[in-house]
Write a protein that binds this ligand. Structure first.
Ligand SMILES: Nc1nc2c(ncn2[C@@H]2O[C@H](COP(=O)(O)OP(=O)(O)OP(=O)(O)O)[C@@H](O)[C@H]2O)c(=O)[nH]1
Ligand SMILES: [Mg+2]
Length: 344
């Protein structure tokens, strides 16, 4: 996950450290600090062992100052790397602004480990754009049941697989789940969801192909109420936001099913396209959270870094493979750790 961006970030961290290193004033010679007799440091220290610790104090107490000009070049390089890896421009700008603000204009003690200064600046900047994530388990615990969750998104991004994964995840957490087969459009969609549900031992509510998805999902909610089920997971057919008739159908589903959460599903590998589409879906039918699938195939990480900050909605899960267990709650600290190799 995100290995391409990770290796580029490691290089930038190195060049930032090098540039900062150059701003550190050279250590004063021992003569300048007034060592008696002007002897060579080693010789002088041998004669007077307390001298060594005195010299150390003098050096480590000194400070240096990083100006904006000092880091201009590596920050430009960082900006390019972020954009090349599909980080949205306003998000890349925000990251650069924060790193610059964090690194410059402050006095630093000589001897402070540079690697830590630089990675802390990057880590803080990334954390600030990644948002807080969305804890579905505590949402369900604190919410009136059944919690109705509607999954939307464009074709083939992994909605149906994600519905199955989330169902498996919630079941493992001790919740009861029912799936509403809201994709009555695509040939084979009903069979696909049946196979998943059979394997997972989860009930599916479905009508025949071509039926009104609103009616199916209304029935799924009624079933959940009657059987005291904790969560209804509603699958829907893939659609593009510029197809008015399909978006109207989604709007009807929304009115009839009255979801507590609308989850927008897209692929991490789609990069900026995913961010733009999420924005459009949020504008038209609304979105309360985002799930990014296929993070296992994404070496750039741009969508995962940009989407929450751009649309102002949290990321709930990352899909990390084709198995039912290949789903992880989105944790900004984990993403930063993945990218920088340090714990946040
Ligand atoms: N590697 C990987 N593949 C995934 C992931 N999530 C889904 N897929 C695969 O993506 C393909 C499409 O998944 P679906 O769940 O059918 O996608 P969909 O959005 O429901 O598709 P439509 O209903 O046709 O719009 C399948 O082959 C899935 O196995 C993931 O996190 N990682
Ligand atoms: Mg599907």
């Amino acid at each position: 996950m995100f290995e391409g961006l990770r290796s580029r970030l490691q290089k930038i961290t190195g060049s930032l450290e090098d540039r900062i290193e150059q701003t550190i004033p050279a250590e004063p010679s021992v003569e300048k600090t007034g060592v008696p007799g002007g002897a060579a440091p080693a010789e002088a220290a041998e004669k007077d062992p307390s001298l060594l610790s005195r010299v150390k104090v003098l050096i480590t107490d000194r400070e240096f100052f990083i100006s904006e000009k000092d880091v201009e070049e590596p920050l430009f390089e960082l900006q390019m790397v972020l954009l090349e890896n599909d980080v949205a421009l306003p998000v890349a700008d925000e990251i650069i602004r924060r790193v610059r603000e964090d690194l410059t204009g402050k006095r630093r003690k000589i001897g402070e480990p540079l690697h830590e200064i630089v990675t802390a600046a990057l880590r803080n900047a990334l954390m600030s754009v990644l948002g807080d994530g969305f804890d579905l388990v505590s949402y369900i615990r604190n919410h009136e049941r059944p919690v109705r969750i509607l999954f939307t998104g464009v074709n083939g991004t992994g909605k149906t697989t994600t519905v199955a994964k989330v169902a498996a995840y919630l079941k493992k957490q001790g919740f009861s789940v029912v799936i509403g087969a809201g994709d009555t459009f695509r040939a084979g969609a009903l069979e696909q969801i049946d196979v998943h549900a059979d394997r997972l031992g989860i009930k599916v509510i479905q009508h025949q192909q071509g039926a009104d998805p609103s009616a199916v999902l209304f029935d799924a909610v009624s079933y959940a109420k009657a059987h005291r089920i904790d969560a209804v997971l509603a699958d829907t057919a893939g659609r593009f936001h510029n197809r008015a008739n399909l978006m109207n159908q989604l709007e009807k589903i929304r009115r009839v099913m009255n979801p507590d959460l609308i989850v927008y599903v897209d692929e991490a590998v789609a990069g900026n396209d995913a961010v733009i589409r999420a924005h459009e879906f949020d504008r038209t039918v609304g979105a309360d959270a985002v799930i990014l699938t296929k993070a296992d195939m994404d070496s750039r990480g741009g969508a995962a870094i940009s989407i929450a900050h751009t649309i102002g909605k949290p990321v709930m899960f990352l899909g990390t493979g084709q198995g039912y267990d290949d789903i992880v709650p989105f944790s900004p600290a984990r993403v930063v750790e993945e990218l920088l190799g340090v714990s946040a």
